[in-house]
Design a protein around this ligand. Structure first.
Ligand code: NAD
Length: 509
């Protein structure tokens, strides 16, 4: 049964109300509850791995090797969260600024945001659903999940099975398309986490503004690859080819276009052609390592991009098969910088334009003329050129001499900047995203005479004491105070024989 049943529009507000009532019981704040739900996600993934992978395969025809990325990182993220939840949720006690708080207890608590809405895309229909979900659970939230209707097999499978593992009172899946999502976005939430296109991201942010809902946007865009001529070789080509044609180019982190120094351009294109042949053979349509386009609409969009290119520049690939939603790994060379569908829009498919440029400075100018990307890839053995790119561009991240692999390291925040996104995610960062910091001060009732300095009627004495409390000692007095403090410290250290090792004492040792 793969037919995706949409949630009736009339049910949506009631579902959210019920979840909010459950949030108000406070049960999700209990760390034991959160840990149990995280363990249930792991159990779900372990018990249903084959069926889940099968569902994703039906949507995108990815090889099992690529399907690993849909499940394994999620299990690892859950394990990390289980191991670190006590630490992450622990209140902190920051250093106090003013002596007026000396007797008070101050702390910062990580409080769940509340009921969060998670909207996911179709390109990694398991991974991109679970990553925000498990982090929202870890932070103690109730979750309304809207997976993508464009990946109906995976979404349908998750809707039928996942809710059997998680507590249904705090986790709900709403299915649907634009109408259902629009209605969802009209409801008040405590956080919205949206992954998808920049265009829809704008709508999400506009709708979120109505309720002043904090929002994380994980968006798309055009990711450039900058290659200096010394790195126009087979290793570079292999790594670009992997990043570009994994999941048939339908990866937000896939290289979108290459800017290569002119004297290395021919060699790089030749090497890219060889990598494509090595990876997928002479007939990629018969390779089980090569996926398919998700649906007819995306296929038509990509076909239009190939049709719009000068046929002489389609140097590798270009073949398509509508019945099979197949588009061959395609290289366009030399591609013009702009004024074409290919260079003006995000490609998000297996077409790779290669643009020769005279210098790294020219490449930087091209990158900076476009909206800030999620990542910039640089292939070079020249440290000064790498530094130049890092210093003179803006992006969510930079990866040197590889593609995609930045997503593996959960210790690095993952997110865009400007048009490629707002906020970031992964483990500790996601925990912060899905919680807010609540300041708590418990004021001591003792020493009222000291506190009385704050109360009217004011006089000069109160003013002077308050002035010292707020501004500190005047700098001339403070300098004397420091001298006395240091002298006193040295005397005590000398007298009790605890002087810190000096250069001389080290030499004597
Ligand atoms: P999309 O924006 O079309 O859809 C994402 C979600 O939004 C879906 O659940 C969909 O139902 C909903 N939606 C679609 N149109 C809507 C509308 N008008 N109003 C309200 N909701 C709407 O994105 P997609 O096609 O699923 O995914 C591809 C895009 O996502 C690419 O641009 C890609 O770069 C980006 N992406 C980004 C990341 C990231 O981590 N930054 C990851 C994957 C994909």
């Amino acid at each position: 049964m793969n037919e995706l049943e949409y949630t009736p529009l009339s049910d949506i507000p009631g579902i959210i109300d019920n979840v909010r009532h459950f949030y108000n019981t406070g049960l999700t704040k209990d760390l034991a509850f959160r840990k149990h739900q995280l363990k249930q996600v792991i159990r779900f993934l372990e018990e249903n791995q084959m069926q889940l992978e099968q569902a994703v395969w039906c949507d995108l025809k990815k090889h099992r090797m690529e399907l690993l990325a849909e499940v394994a990182p999620v299990i690892n993220e859950c394990k990390y969260l289980l191991d670190n939840l006590d630490r992450l949720a622990k209140p902190t006690s920051p250093k106090k600024w003013y002596w007026i708080h000396a007797l008070d207890t101050t702390s910062v608590r990580k409080v769940p945001k509340g009921v969060v809405l998670i909207i996911s895309p179709w390109s990694y229909p398991s991974y991109l659903v679970f990553m925000p979900v498990v982090n929202a659970i870890a932070a103690g939230n109730c979750v309304i999940l809207k997976p993508s209707e464009i990946a109906p097999h995976t979404t349908s499978f998750l809707s039928r099975t996942l809710t059997g593992y998680l507590d249904r009172r705090f986790f709900k899946i709403i299915n649907g398309s634009v109408d259902e999502t629009a209605l969802l976005l009209d409801q008040p939430f405590d956080h919205i986490h949206y992954t998808g296109s920049t265009m829809v991201g704008r709508t999400v942010l506009e709708k979120a503004a109505k309720h002043l809902t904090p929002t994380t946007l994980e968006l798309g865009g055009k990711l450039p690859v900058l290659v200096t001529s010394d790195s126009a070789n087979q290793v570079t080509a292999n790594r670009i080819t992997l990043g570009k044609f994994t999941n048939c180019g339908q990866t937000s982190l896939a290289p979108d276009y290459i800017l290569v120094q002119r004297d290395g351009a021919d060699s790089l294109v030749k090497a890219l052609g060889e990598s494509i042949r090595d990876f997928y053979g002479n007939m990629p349509e018969t390779s089980d390592s090569y996926g398919r386009i998700i649906n007819q609409q995306q296929f038509d969009r990509l076909k239009k991009m190939i049709d719009g290119a000068d046929p002489d520049t389609v140097v590798v690939g270009g073949q398509i098969s509508q019945d099979d939603l197949y588009i061959a790994p395609t290289l366009i060379y030399p591609a013009s910088i702009d004024g074409t569908e290919l260079m003006d829009n995000e490609i998000f498919g297996p077409i790779l334009p290669v643009v020769p440029v005279d210098s790294v400075d020219d490449a930087i100018a091209i990158v900076n003329a476009k909206p800030h990307p999620l990542a910039i890839y640089v292939f070079s053995s020249q440290q000064d050129q790498i530094n130049k790119v890092i210093q003179n561009t803006k992006s969510g991240g930079v990866l040197v001499n590889d593609t995609l692999s930045q997503v593996l390291d959960a210790s690095l925040p993952f997110g865009g900047v400007g048009a490629s996104g707002l906020g970031n995610c992964r483990s500790d960062n996601s925990f912060s995203t899905f919680s807010y910091e609540r300041s708590i001060i418990v004021k001591s009732t003792k020493f009222e005479s000291v506190n009385a300095v704050r109360y009217p009627p004011f006089d000069l004495d109160k003013y002077n004491v308050s002035r010292i409390a707020l501004y500190g000692l005047p700098s001339c007095i403070y300098a004397k105070f420091l001298t006395i403090k240091t002298a006193l410290g040295s005397f005590i250290a000398f007298y009790f024989g605890h002087s810190p090792p000096s250069v001389n004492s080290k030499v004597m040792d």
